[in-house]
Design a protein. Structure first.
Length: 108
């Protein structure tokens, strides 16, 4: 089975590669970044962008999932992020600054 991937650009110009999963997927216990995403006009649209120490625990019952779904999200884009919390937060902030997801409260 081939995993679909999506490329997201941050405000810095850096490109981040994510794997695409339907909402409801069970994830591994790894640190990572994730995006609740919708398809709009044939393009990906970020509804919520986050980071976590444990993808499995964080995405099992996320408080922003309902908001993301109201904005059309049907997928979670995720990847394991190495480099610790500072690296995850820097990536999260870089993406939020460019995409301005409607369900993110930070950086507004």
């Amino acid at each position: 089975m081939t995993t679909q991937t999506a490329r997201w650009q941050g405000q810095s110009g850096r490109i981040y590669d994510y794997e695409v999963f339907p909402i409801g997927t069970t994830f591994v216990e790894k640190p990572g970044n994730y995006i609740f995403a919708a398809v709009s006009g044939g393009m990906w649209k970020a509804c919520y962008i986050g980071q976590t120490e444990n993808l499995k625990d964080r995405l099992g019952d996320h408080e922003k999932e309902a908001c993301a779904k109201r904005h059309g999200a049907t997928y979670i884009h995720a990847h394991v992020t190495t480099g610790g919390e500072a690296a995850r937060k820097a990536e999260e902030e870089d993406l939020i600054r460019l995409h301005k997801p409607p369900c993110n409260d930070q950086l507004k």
